[in-house]
Design a protein around this ligand. Sequence first.
Ligand SMILES: NC(=O)c1ccc[n+]([C@@H]2O[C@H](COP(=O)([O-])OP(=O)(O)OC[C@H]3O[C@@H](n4cnc5c(N)ncnc54)[C@H](OP(=O)(O)O)[C@@H]3O)[C@@H](O)[C@H]2O)c1
Length: 294
Amino acid sequence: MHILMTGGTGFIGSRLVERFTSQGYSLTVLSRRSQPGSPAVAYIESLDRVDAGAEFDAVINLAGASLADHRWTARYKREILASRLDTTRQLLETMGRLERAPATLLSASAIGYYGHHGDEILDEDGASNPGFAQDLCSQWEALALEAGGLGTRVCLMRLGVVLDAGGGAFAQMARPFRMGVANWLGDGRQWLSWIQREDVIAAVEFLLQQDYLTGPFNLTAPGPVTSREFCEAMKRHHRTLVTAPVPASVMRLLVGEMADELLLHGQRVVPSALQAAGFEFRYPALDDALAAIC
Ligand SMILES: NC(=O)c1ccc[n+]([C@@H]2O[C@H](COP(=O)([O-])OP(=O)(O)OC[C@H]3O[C@@H](n4cnc5c(N)ncnc54)[C@H](OP(=O)(O)O)[C@@H]3O)[C@@H](O)[C@H]2O)c1
């Protein structure tokens, strides 16, 4: 199998590259930085480098500037949008000029697609309420779906907060607990829909292999928790000296708009479409996921 991937150097993508190469797949990975390749992985700095005669069985689209690393200034919000929408447009253009369109496009999105819903349980049919993350995900998904016009099967991966050691949001979430300080944010009642990184990798493989599946898929564990429940679970895996919730006002001061969009409000998302298709989670419960990474 030959796969064209964007974001293949990131937290999720790099693990996917490892997994696919161990299975004998070959990959072409778009990266803005020049990278040493290997017999199985070719890194390209521009999609213009893809020859019209190239044959890809699948395309996996993960590229995008981090939502959590910078304050959301107007300029950085433009970068968040452009890094996903421009890359996806270029990917569509590349797929369109190939002599043989790839059979499958798996394109990342996020549970931010749903916006704020309080305690409502959200499957893939959940409504999309307004907000910056929702606008971003809706535009990103709409573009990816255009690949259907090429005869390509499209799956939209609405990712929850991906947990693993050494990267992603978990590195930031775990830092105070490592110092003995347990905390939740705001009133702690907001939902956190999480997924262990190994389950993301398995779900991507599953979507790749089940060639009848199309449309949106929530990539979240079946057991979302509240921010306070997450804190209690983390306390079971770390020696806690003090519990110090961070008030909403402090979060707003520290990170601005991102606080309300990503941290003080969440979504209670369930992976109905994946489970209906027969996908089984290795880490359905938060305690087991944390035991594997703490
Ligand atoms: N991890 C999560 O918890 C989570 C949750 C929801 C959604 N997602 C989505 O899933 C995707 C993959 O997540 P991840 O955690 O693996 O992300 P990541 O580690 O931040 O990696 C994203 C990749 O995007 C590329 N990139 C970064 N900034 C870019 C820019 N300005 N323009 C173009 N490309 C850029 C980078 O590739 P190069 O530096 O090689 O160019 C990087 O490898 C992201 O789009 C993210 O929004 C992730």
